[in-house]
Ligand binder design. Structure first.
Ligand code: DHB
Ligand code: MG
Length: 211
């Protein structure tokens, strides 16, 4: 038998998850981008929500609801997820998938430019215990700044795709998105308001705690 990669081996240990398989099918059927978070990282989202005892979660970038399900699964009684999504059709798909997973009551979608929604959340006085950033890469440093502003003490900030398929560590790559991602990564690991790390498996997952 062919030797597995570390990622394949670890995935082989994870139970098949019928709800998440169904989300991936719906994303494919709708012709949406097949870029949901890696299975092990989805499991990690659920665990971080549980370990933090998070009540209020903010997700930036809903896509088809795969990560939304993983986040909402970790919530305890009275917890809720607010999910920001640029596209109405993606928010609708995500909402349907969370409903089908029995989690529809826990989530509120806000459609449009995330930077506008973040300003609105600030004006409402909303604060969060967990943030999951998985949207347009050129705005990651802005989203990080907003997350710190809207964080309860001890909040956790998570970001997907910090390696950008290797572009983050390729000095020849000088475009806007990758430059902004490097700034984000430097903030996650070096900002004095945070304590953070980047997991280099898959496309790189950032995890930081707000001091
Ligand atoms: C890609 C993957 C992602 O998880 C994402 O959020 C954006 C883009 C990609 O593989 O291109
Ligand atoms: Mg992503």
């Amino acid at each position: 038998m062919e030797k597995l990669t570390a990622e394949q081996y670890v995935e082989s240990l994870l139970e098949q998850d019928a709800q998440l398989v169904s989300v991936k099918e719906s994303i494919r059927d709708k012709g949406m981008p097949e870029i949901s978070i890696a299975p092990g990282y989805g499991k990690l989202l659920t665990l971080l929500v549980k370990m933090n005892g998070a009540k209020n979660i903010l997700e930036i970038g809903a896509l088809g609801g795969y990560s939304g399900i993983c986040l909402a699964r970790g919530l305890s009684e009275g917890g809720k997820l607010i999910s920001l999504e640029l596209k109405q059709e993606y928010a609708d798909a995500a909402q349907q998938n969370l409903r089908e997973a029995g989690l529809g009551e826990l989530v509120e979608y806000r459609v449009g430019e995330a930077l506008n929604s973040l300003e609105q959340l600030e004006s409402e006085g909303q604060r969060f215990d967990i943030f999951f950033i998985d949207a347009d890469k050129g705005n990651y440093p802005n989203y990080l700044e907003w997350a710190i502003k809207l964080a309860n003490p001890g909040a956790i900030i998570i970001g997907d795709n910090t390696l950008m398929h290797g572009r983050s560590m390729d000095p020849k790559e000088k475009g806007n998105a990758v430059t902004k991602m490097r700034l984000f990564n430097e903030g996650i690991t070096g900002d004095p308001r945070l304590e953070g790390v980047i997991l280099p498996a898959y496309d790189g997952l950032a995890i930081a705690r707000v001091r």
